[in-house]
Structure formats: C-alpha cells, structure tokens
Design a protein around this ligand. Sequence first.
Ligand code: EAX
Length: 326
Amino acid sequence: RSALSAAIAGASTLALATVSLNAQAQQTITIGHTTSDNSHYSVGVDAFAEKLEELSDGAFVVDEQPSGALGGERDMIEGLQIGTLDAVVTSTGPLGNFVPETYVLDLPFLFEDYDHARCILDGEIGQDLLDKVEENDLVSLAWTENGFRHMTNSDRDIKTPEDAEGLKIRTMENEMHMAAFEEMDVQPTPMAFPELFTALQQGTVDGQENPISVILTSNMWEVQDRLSLTGHVYSPAIMLASPVLWDELSEEEREWFTEAARAGAEATRAEVSRLETEGVEELKEKGMTVVEDIDKSRFQEAVEPSYTTYTDEYGSEMLDRIRNND
Ligand code: EAX
C-alpha cells in the first residue's frame, strides 16, 4: 500500500510538473487581419487556432486581432518583417509591393471560377509563388481566400464599364487593380482597408469593390445602396508568418503551423463558398439592390490592356503557366 501511494504521489507530482511546464512554455501567437470577427478570415483563424492548439498540445494559443486593429494589410506585412506581430491573413492587395511575382494573380478575369483559382493555388504554380514569398523576408504558410470581387456604389446600377465611368472607386494598393480600373475609365483611389468605411460614409469615394463576405461582414451595406455582381477579379488571400517567429521554431513546430494554416484556409474557403450565395440574399434583406445581369464580356474587353501593362513589366512566363496550367 505504501508503495502504491508513493507511486500515486510520484505520478501526481509528475503530472503537476508537466502542467506547470506546459504553462511555462505556452506561447501566444498574435494574428492580425482587416476584416471583422465574423468574417471568412475569422472563421479561418478559429480553425487555425484550434488545429495549432491541438497539434501542440496547448503549447501555442492564438490571439486574433481582427478589424484592422493592428493596421492595414501593408502595415501588417511590414510588421511581420520586423517582428511586431506573428502572423497575418491578408489579401494579395498589397503583397505585390513586396513580392512582385504575385501580381499575376491580381489580373482581372484571370480565373474562371473558384475551382479554377483554388486548383492553381493548390498546385505547383501556387507552391512556386509561396516559395517566392519566402525569398522576401516573409514566411508563407498557405494560400487562403478572399473571393471574387464585386462593385458597390450608391449612385448607379453598374452593368457595363460605361455605367461605372467617372465614379471614384476605392481600390486596394495594387498596381494591377489600378491599371484595370483606369481602363474602365473609373477613377481608382487606392486606400488601406481600415480607412474605407469612413471614406464611403463621408463620400470621399463613390464606391468600392470587395467579395460578398467582406461587403456583408464589414457592414458596407450600411453606406452603399447597390451591389453589382461583376466578379471582375479573384482576390486570393495568404497566411503569412514573421521570420522572427519562424527562427525560434523547431522543424516540428513549423510543421504544426503549416498544417494548421491549411486547416484555416479550408475553413475560410468553405465560408466564402457559403456566402457567395447566402450572403447575396442577406445583403438584399439588408436593403441593397443587387444587379445580376452584368455584361461580363464588355468588362473583359475593357480591362484587356491591363494584361499588356503586366507583361511589359513582369514578362509573360507566369501568365502562360497559369493559362496552360503547368
Ligand atoms: O483582405 O482591402 C481590401 O479590400 C481587402 O479585400 C480586405 O482588406 C480583405
């Protein structure tokens, strides 16, 4: 009996020691993004957190900083490089400023649909682009998703590029997007996302363009009356980590992060797909007029010259690879 109780006492001391070791070793990972805490990104961060905690047995916990609390996407990417935050979910909007090879993904009407985009990003091309990101003082964990972008404004039912002429439209800080909007004769006004709601409210810009999930969860419907389902460009998103964090991690821990990021991306994509139809209905209920009969071929024609803008600057290799899917 005494041997048994000694064994029990020993085991519980051991258990206590393990608990306190775990508590001591627990590390909080701060992740920022610009969208709200009920967005597609947030759904992905939750799945990431759950997976990472599970794989690491609680050694890593996640502190989500949504709604641009840590700044706009460009600011946050810079933050990763200097180590002021650990990870970010960002659209590719500002990414080309750091990794020009990713600009190809921001060309209008490049991807036919979600399956096409996801297939390219999950394949060799997507992996090669993730590797390019790694060469730029950033760590790429996984491609995730923002979604096809649609235009909103309060002035007109936009069905053709001509309908949009002269409108001041906020764009992301992305050369390719700006070139495309210039071809449509709208006035592109680049701006960081956290400034957008107020800019729409105050009329600094007439409209903006974003995926359904963002329009819905960032309450754009409060300040914009009309949604045109232009789907003019697919907006990839990426989960990035700080090289400062990465340097401290073991190989095994790095694998946990990558696996958790993939789980996050999967959850985000599922939410984007869900909202692509259900979100439009919700936006109608919230009072938006939804314009569905878009003359896509007119839009496509109008933005065609932005492809030359791209190839003149960056060559056609990546574009050809995407078009041939090799
Ligand atoms: O990534 O800036 C944008 O319009 C983005 O779509 C938003 O920040 C989510």
